[in-house]
Design a protein around this ligand. Sequence first.
Ligand SMILES: CC(C)(COP(=O)(O)OP(=O)(O)OC[C@H]1O[C@@H](n2cnc3c(N)ncnc32)[C@H](O)[C@@H]1OP(=O)(O)O)[C@@H](O)C(=O)NCCC(=O)NCCS
Length: 230
Amino acid sequence: MKPRPSPVVIRPTEPRDAAGIIGLCRVVYPESLPWSDAQLASHLEVFPEGQLVAVTEPNERVVGMAASLIVCWDEYDPAATWRSFTGAGTFRNHDPMGRTLYGAEVMVHPEMQRRRIGRRLYAARRGIAQRSGLLRIRAGARLRGYHRHADRLGPEEYVLNILHGRLKDPTLSFQLREGFQVFGVVQGYLGRDPESLGYAALIEWLNPEVARPEDSAARDPRWDATPGVF
Ligand SMILES: CC(C)(COP(=O)(O)OP(=O)(O)OC[C@H]1O[C@@H](n2cnc3c(N)ncnc32)[C@H](O)[C@@H]1OP(=O)(O)O)[C@@H](O)C(=O)NCCC(=O)NCCS
């Protein structure tokens, strides 16, 4: 009989998770530098409530993580880079007076993907926004599948194809499924990302307990997904 997979729990990140998170980064993004010990310690110092890990039980292997900070959105150019929104990865720009939870990172170990761990991390992230009475979550969704289509589609056309269910993107399709809406496409978001070629979709989720109709990002109607495709 096949052994049953270990149960996975989502819990707040603790200092002892650093090595596991760094190991996870190396597997998920082998081409990039992982989070550093100093960055991870800084996240826990400035906003411990915003940091989550998914760990197997009982051995506590880190198989997923989600890192967030709060920002005053109006202080940023919406086309700013990931580096700028995250204080060069330190979250030192975290501002508890802000109303936007910024999703800086989410990742699940490749061997554990498609088991609803990402969905549970996002549910926990929405919980952070709701407990803090924040208006919304925003993030840049790096267009991970874009490099496969870049020879024939511009980044905006690629996003429209995903919104209308004609293509799937490993990151954006997941985020749309989680109730996020696209409100723009930016270039140069992540400088040296060979998969997205630096392009990201700006995405937002509004906290239904707080948001009023006028709080939706002023959206070009072409970003509205066709109802029922997800
Ligand atoms: C994006 C990521 C976090 C999703 O985590 P996950 O645990 O695999 O996602 P879930 O199992 O919770 O998926 C929930 C739903 O999202 C959608 N989804 C998830 N991965 C998908 C993919 N590769 N392609 C299309 N849709 C996908 C599906 O609708 C899925 O439901 P289903 O399996 O019933 O069809 C994970 O793929 C990952 O770590 N990717 C690499 C890092 C990354 O790109 N992070 C985002 C940075 S912006």
